[in-house]
Design a protein around this ligand. Structure first.
Ligand code: GAL
Length: 416
């Protein structure tokens, strides 16, 4: 099953076809890693398992951020046909764990000492009632900017260190006839941009108050209005064809020099690498101005669905492969993320990866590590989706900033 699924009809088709897959001794893996860079990283895992004699039944559901994949998953579980392993994020994992749908991985976790090497921020989304229910693959973060170095050099632009320098760079690029910001108009991508913008304007305490504690006052504050004003500036600096564009096609615009910057999580780096580009030479990575000390993270994990009885040999082997230090290095070097274990060397990582690992450790130590609102690590899906709706409506000109703030307060209070 190699089809990349997008439409509802395709999802239904996949559900019907999938009843025939996954022979005993295989794992069926549902995931949304369908871009070039993502597929290259996934191959590292596939090959690892195949090396152990475990077959891989692929169940890809396209759609960055995983919304479509989660729709397919719900239908599969409802039909009593859950895949063996499913890519999951944050609160979604807790939700399935609390429903009792996930297998208990404690035996393999204890044998391999996961508790000692996986950071607490990740454990909070991998364990339910003291039970490991999923295997953390990586740590991504959303407050990054990706830039085409030649484009910046040709226009006399250095790495911007604050909002004013960033907007000055956007103006320069626009005047030169280059799309300042490559963007894909999908709600999750707008929310990803909003993660960084909100962090820079509200600061770490404000970000936490708004998106994790869901504090009404912060959600309705003047600072939040300023964050929306800045989103309008971003909107004014994207091209006319942004609507509906996939994130990796936006990354390609930066790779090709059609655009200067993309604000996106570090899965974007996987696309640069897959295109043979080198950090520091062809492209630059830097934290969104005003968020250099903060990390808004999302960690991909594989949830192991309970197949009725103890965790299967194949599920345990997959979990064990995922957590092995050599896999954590090999996979994350390709994916653009950083390891989900604290004891993996940064030797094989490029400059952006080394910075990512350093930033993560520093942010965790200084209380500057926060779950990404856009990628399901700040609040449950209902709240996340409510925020998405407001952010995307504002981005598309339906609300002015003041209305957006009011709508945000209402939407979150209804959803929580
Ligand atoms: C994120 C996921 C990343 C990346 C991205 C775009 O939610 O954590 O691994 O795949 O979506 O698809």
């Amino acid at each position: 099953m190699r089809a990349i699924l997008k439409t509802k009809a395709a999802i239904v088709g996949a559900l019907m076809a999938s009843t025939t897959v996954a022979a005993a001794g295989d794992v069926e893996v549902l995931h949304w890693w369908t871009s070039g860079g993502e597929a290259a990283a996934l191959n590292v895992l596939k090959q690892d398992l195949e090396g152990q004699g475990i077959g891989w039944t692929d169940m890809p559901v396209a759609g960055g951020g995983g919304e479509q994949a989660m729709t397919v998953l719900r239908a599969r579980v409802t039909a009593g046909n859950a895949p063996t392993a499913v890519q999951g994020l944050g609160f979604d994992i807790l939700d399935w764990g609390n429903q009792g749908a996930l297998a208990d991985l404690n035996e393999v976790a204890a044998k391999e000492g996961w508790d000692d090497v996986v950071p607490d921020a990740l454990k909070a989304f991998a364990k339910v009632d003291g039970k490991w229910v999923s295997a953390p693959v990586n740590v991504h973060s959303t407050n990054w900017v990706w830039a085409n170095k030649a484009v910046l050099d040709a226009n006399g632009i250095g790495v911007p260190t604050n909002w004013e320098e960033f907007t000055a760079a956007l103006d320069t690029l626009k005047a030169a006839g280059i799309t300042p910001i490559a963007h894909g108009g999908q709600a999750w991508q707008e929310a990803t941009v909003f993660d960084a913008i909100a962090m820079s304007v509200l600061g770490p305490d404000g970000y936490k108050a708004a998106f994790i504690d869901l504090d009404e006052e912060t959600l309705g504050s003047d600072a939040m209005k300023e964050a929306f004003d800045r989103m309008a500036v971003i909107r004014a600096n994207v091209d006319d064809n942004f609507s509906g564009r996939d994130w990796n096609l936006a990354t390609a615009m930066v790779i090709n020099g059609e655009a200067g910057f993309q604000m996106m999580g570090d899965w974007a780096k996987g696309e640069f690498l897959n295109a043979g580009k080198v950090p520091g030479e062809d492209f630059l990575c830097f934290r969104f101005p005003g968020t250099t000390e903060q990390v808004t993270f999302n960690a991909d994990q594989f949830m192991m669905f309970d197949q009725g009885g103890a965790v299967s040999t194949e599920q345990a082997a997959l979990a064990s492969a995922i957590l092995s230090p050599s896999f954590q290095s090999a996979f994350n070097v390709v994916k653009g993320s950083v390891p989900a274990r604290t004891d993996v060397s940064d030797a094989d990582f490029d400059a952006c990866g080394k910075q990512g690992m350093k930033d993560l450790a520093a942010a965790a130590a200084s209380g500057n590590l926060f779950g990404s609102m856009a990628h399901g690590h700040a609040a449950p899906a209902s709240v996340k989706n409510a925020i998405y709706d407001v952010v995307t409506a504002h981005f598309n000109g339906e609300y002015d900033s003041q209305t957006a703030v009011e709508e945000l307060v209402d939407a979150v209070s209804i959803a929580k």
